[in-house]
Design a protein around this ligand. Structure first.
Ligand SMILES: [Zn+2]
Ligand SMILES: [Zn+2]
Length: 286
């Protein structure tokens, strides 16, 4: 038993503090503690009591009342829930037992039928017994396998832990699928950005080609006008023909330019077409 009195002789006060300075753990009352720490030494003082004010006690007690009420409500919810689960389990068990009984009775009937018959008329009236024989007589293992599947289904419906496990698995699957979807989405977003950049590039190329064609055409038109003018100059009725405006030379220049222009257009269209099919392939690739 620990001594709760102050270690000073004759003092009858409670030792509210302990000092570990001499490893004996001496207890002191409030007054004698200050006397003790005034002596030399490495004091290590600990409070012996954990105290609460009246306010703190009231608040704490009120909170405990709330917790008591909460525990009551948890108990009520729990018993309601377990009642539900028990009722459902009983219902499921009844259903399963019923199902098992029906199967057993059918098998007894089949066995009875087999005792009395060697064959069934294929066009006779359909019954459960006959159907069973048609379905399983040649492959009896099929029925046994079916029972194995049904067995695990029945046990699973009754097994709460199993249900929780399955739910967890489903959640996991969902998380994986969401993750995959996000990954694909990010990937296709990147792809979309690249496609947009490619389309922009192709449009720029197209504009450049259009511009160069237009400038070539306006050049040709200019030359043709010049040629027309030269014809006017070559008109015998007109004078002062300029030799550099020889219509023959200008005409062959125009034809040359037109040929070059056509070649350029064909080449550029071909390149543009190749770029487009590359882009198409990129879009189609997954
Ligand atoms: Zn004392
Ligand atoms: Zn001390």
């Amino acid at each position: 038993m620990m001594n709760y009195a102050c270690s000073f002789s004759e003092c009858k006060n409670w030792c509210n503090y302990t000092c570990e300075c001499d490893n004996t753990g001496k207890g002191f009352c409030e007054d004698h503690l200050s006397l003790h720490i005034s002596t030399e030494g490495k004091h290590d003082i600990k409070k012996n009591f954990f105290s609460l004010t009246i306010d703190e006690k009231e608040v704490f007690a009120a909170q405990l009342e709330v917790s008591l009420k909460k525990l009551d409500s948890i108990r009520e919810k729990m018993s309601k829930k377990s009642k539900e689960i028990i009722e459902k389990t009983i219902e499921k068990t009844k259903e399963s037992l019923d199902c098992i009984r029906k199967k057993q009775s059918l098998i007894f009937k089949v066995l009875e039928f087999l005792r009395q018959n060697d064959r069934i008329r294929t066009k006779s009236r359909q019954t459960k017994v006959k159907n069973f024989i048609f379905n399983y007589a040649k492959n009896p293992n099929d029925y046994y396998d079916k029972l194995l599947v049904e067995e695990s289904e029945i046990i699973e419906t009754l097994d709460l832990e199993k249900k929780k496990e399955n739910l967890g698995k489903k959640e996991e699957d969902l998380n994986i699928r969401t993750f995959d979807f996000n990954k694909k989405f990010k990937k296709s977003n990147k792809k979309l950005k690249r496609i947009k950049a490619s389309v922009k590039y192709l449009n720029e190329q197209y504009e450049l080609i259009k511009k160069s064609i237009l400038s070539e055409i306006s050049m040709t038109v200019y030359n043709l006008e010049k040629l027309n003018l030269s014809y006017e100059f070559t008109n015998p009725l007109k004078k002062n023909i300029n030799s550099s405006d020889n219509p023959g030379i200008i005409y062959s220049e125009i034809v040359d330019n037109l040929k070059k222009l056509t070649d350029q257009i064909i080449l550029k269209s071909f390149n543009l077409g190749e770029d487009f099919s590359k882009l198409q392939k990129y879009i189609d690739d997954d």
